[in-house]
Write a protein of this length. Structure first.
Length: 342
């Protein structure tokens, strides 16, 4: 049977295959369109299987909002070049849309969802691997829900390498986006200090003190005053009773210096207590959203800034492409030497 350009075009449109692959498939099955599509599918699965052990640490995040549901997804590729491919970008966006609409419980359920093409997400990724020529993998997704009174804030940085969704109560779209941008920049791991693990805090404080020791050695060499060591690293480690003792000690020191008690209570002491909390919650400031200094106004924490706006964060999710994936490092010189038999 003669294979026409029209037949090749039709098969390409339904399968996404390249010109030569589509033509070869039609020749193999004597022009039967359904069998040709099946031939390409099986070929794609074989190609995908060969690429199964490849590392995919590049890619994009995708965000889709369907009513009161937002989906954040991460789709990976082997190179950042492929992440700029239109087919890849469309696959990321459609995957996010379907997940937002269907709200799957896990990745296994997500893979079975059907795209507008009629293919499942799983088969679409196999086909994309075959046609794009790199392993394309679906890594993860996050679903966030809000009420009608709450607001989504979304932000994607660096072309989609970082994606953020945040839910605010008592804030508008502009404020919600600003908080999403803060999350993208500062990478908080949890909402509040009470979500941190005590062993993790102790480990971070030990590392912090070690760095101060090294800094103080350098400062001593040039005659500078040593940096103080913090008592704690997180608000989780001290309670209000401890703060009362700190306040009493600070007040006694200020009285000894001859400061008027009224000035101490109204002007000096509140600032010193605030400073003590800041100096002893460095772990919170690095890892918890509410304790971080707000990037647009570093005189306030995120929590205090939102309180001034009559708003609060309900939930958030942040994905950064490739985080936690060990990337392959190519030794080009060693590769050349090996090929040259050196």
């Amino acid at each position: 049977m003669e294979i026409t350009a029209k037949m090749v075009k039709e098969l390409r449109e339904t399968t996404g295959a390249g010109v030569m692959d589509a033509k070869k498939a039609l020749v193999e099955v004597d022009g039967d369109m359904e069998k040709a599509a099946e031939f390409l599918r099986e070929k794609g699965e074989a190609k995908a299987a060969k690429k199964a052990d490849r590392i995919t640490a590049e890619g994009l995040t995708g965000i889709s909002i369907e009513g009161n549901v937002a989906a954040l997804v991460e789709v990976n590729s082997e190179t950042d070049f492929v992440a700029r491919n239109d087919q890849f970008i469309n696959l990321v966006n459609e995957t996010a849309e379907v997940i937002a609409k269907s709200k799957p419980v896990d990745n296994e359920a997500a893979m079975k969802l059907t795209l507008t093409s009629g293919d499942t997400i799983e088969s679409a990724f196999v086909a994309a691997t075959a046609t794009i020529g790199e392993k394309i993998s679906f890594r993860r997704f996050s679903l966030l829900e809000k009420t009608d009174e709450q607001t989504f804030g979304i932000y994607q940085h660096n072309g989609g390498r970082i994606g953020v969704v945040v839910v605010l109560e008592g804030g508008d779209a502009e404020l919600s986006k600003a908080i999403a941008m803060h999350i993208a920049a500062m990478n908080p791991q949890v909402m509040s200090y009470d979500e941190l693990d005590e062993d993790f805090i102790h480990s971070e404080v030990a590392e912090m003190k070690h760095k101060i020791e090294l800094d103080n050695e350098s400062r001593a060499m040039v005659g500078k005053e040593p940096l103080p060591f913090p008592d704690f690293g997180s608000r989780l480690e001290f309670d209000d009773a401890h703060l009362e003792k700190v306040a009493a000690k600070l007040k006694a020191e200020l009285i000894a210096e001859g400061k008027p008690e009224k000035v101490i209570e109204n002007n000096i002491l509140p600032g010193k207590i605030a400073r003590y909390i800041t100096d002893n919650t460095k772990v919170d400031q690095e890892y918890t959203l509410l304790s971080q200094l707000y990037v647009m106004d570093d005189s306030n924490t995120v929590e205090k800034f939102l309180e001034s706006k009559g708003s609060k964060v309900i939930s958030f999710s942040r994905f950064e492409v490739g985080e936690g994936i060990e990337k392959k490092v190519d030794d080009f010189a060693a590769e050349v030497a090996a090929q040259a038999g050196l």
